[in-house]
Design a binder for this molecule. Structure first.
Ligand code: ZN
Length: 465
């Protein structure tokens, strides 16, 4: 394999020297879904997003963003135009600097993004970048890499990626012990594509592509504590500013549209409105009143939970795997995970979902392909929604459904119940490179009845071929 890859790299370098000075040719990544699937997935996710997020109903602001959007849409190159797609633009009345676009065309720009921009060109930069993800069909290309999950399953995870932070992982997972949103975040490879394609679209629409790089700097500077959600969904491939500037040099824009009186008046208009709430504040009501997933709506946390049954029941999860769990545990499907928990061992409080006894299974995209590194990243992701999570052991080798796996012991203090708990994390890299995990959780003082059960449960996992 290695030997084959070296000549390919050399060819790529030679090609890039030959076309130096011309704009970069972007090839859409491999995608097993149809453009119609993009439309369907985007439509479902948009419906969910609009249930959760406060859409700003203000014609001034919305039509301004839609005008920028349409100007850029008409500059999408012919080979990336999909007749099924319909680009729409809405503004979300929250203060975080964020924006997102869904497969097939629905796009949402946060009010905070418009307020933070220094020029219309910067707003156009973010919109062009998001549009490029849609035109290159990156959402479903990402899902193609994940292979095992169906389009319908992925739609829910989109919402988590949008809302972000703790609220996002709760919505995405239906559990507090969730992995959050790594599943749908764009890879650095896709980021670079969206930057370069976005730069080209901007230039054709009469904007200066360097304003995209400027906006990314604005986002970085004004991110606030924990960094802006936009950057964690759109990681910097590294030399972002350098290659956007270089690309801009090969694109000729005579008199770039950078600022406009419309931009000034929209910003002035927004300043007159009452300040936008945070996404967390805005979605809390929607979550309490709305659907928070099966875990929160059907269970109630109790201090008196039945011990794991010695009888086991078998479940098949999608086309991914089979597992046997104690027969007094219920199956609680999440969006990109599934939890098995006994009565009293799962529930919700104050809009947060949580499980205190049982096991959660999930699959996450993994770029490192190295089991130990991928597991480190997962523990890191888990500790974002579980700030008191600690690793208590070294990695121990185990077998996970015929794959090499590792087991790690963790301790945590449950954020909802306040109780000390222990967890056992099992991970394994699957054939397609994704990371499969099971996390078994029980309160510290009951853990003795659970650790062998978790070993037995993971031992029963069989992957579909
Ligand atoms: Zn991006």
């Amino acid at each position: 394999m290695r030997v084959l890859r070296i000549p390919a790299t050399v060819t790529a370098i030679l090609l890039s020297v030959q076309i130096l000075g011309a704009q970069t040719k972007i090839t859409p990544p491999k995608n097993k879904y149809s453009p119609q699937d993009d439309v369907q997935l985007g439509r479902e996710a948009a419906a969910q997003a609009e249930q959760q997020l406060p859409i700003l109903r203000d014609d001034n602001v919305t039509s301004y963003v839609a005008d920028i959007g349409q100007r850029l849409v008409s500059a999408i190159p012919a080979e990336l135009q999909h007749p099924e797609f319909r680009y729409t633009f809405k503004v979300v009345n929250v203060k975080e600097i964020n924006a997102f676009a869904l497969p097939g065309g629905p796009m949402y720009v946060n009010r905070g993004m418009i307020e933070a921009a220094h020029s219309e060109g910067e707003v156009a930069g973010v919109v062009a970048h998001e549009l490029s993800h849609v035109a290159l069909r990156h959402g479903t290309a990402q899902a193609t890499k994940a292979t095992k999950y169906e389009v319908g399953t992925i739609a829910g995870a989109v919402i988590g990626a949008i809302v972000g932070g703790t609220a996002g992982s709760v919505i995405a997972q239906g559990t507090q012990f969730g992995l959050g949103t790594a599943f749908l975040r764009f890879s650095r490879e896709f980021e670079k594509q969206a930057d370069l394609e976005g730069a080209q679209i901007m230039a054709r629409a009469g904007y200066d592509p360097r304003d995209m790089a400027n906006m990314f700097k604005t986002i970085e500077q004004q991110g606030g504590p924990g960094g802006p959600q936009w950057l964690s969904d759109h990681p910097n491939p590294g030399d972002r500013y350098a290659y956007i500037t270089k690309e801009a040099q090969s694109l000729h824009v005579d008199t770039a549209r950078r600022d406009s009186s419309a931009f000034q008046s929209v910003q002035a208009h927004l300043r007159q409105m009452s300040p936008a709430p945070s996404t967390e504040q805005a979605t809390r009501n929607a979550r309490n009143g709305g659907r928070t997933g099966p875990v929160a709506t059907s269970g109630r946390i109790s201090t008196n939970v039945e011990r794991p049954s010695t009888r086991y029941t078998s479940y098949t999860e999608g086309n991914l795997f089979r597992v046997s769990v104690p027969s007094n545990w219920r199956e609680l499907p999440g969006n990109n995970s599934v939890t098995f928990a006994p009565e009293g061992g799962y529930g919700g409080s104050d809009g947060q979902s949580v499980f205190t006894h049982g096991a959660e299974f999930g699959v996450t995209r993994n770029e490192s392909h190295d089991l130990q590194t991928a597991t480190d990243e997962l523990v890191q992701a888990l500790s974002q929604s579980n700030p008191r999570l600690r690793r208590e052991s070294d990695y121990q080798r185990v077998n996970v459904g015929g794959h090499q796996g590792i087991r790690t012991e963790l301790s945590n203090q449950n954020e909802v119940t306040g109780r000390a708990e222990r967890a056992q994390l099992y991970t394994s890299v699957l054939g397609d490179g994704s990371l499969f995990y099971m996390i078994g959780v029980a309160p510290q003082n009951e853990f003795g009845s659970y650790d062998d059960v978790f070993d037995r449960v993971i031992g029963s996992v069989r992957f579909a071929r």
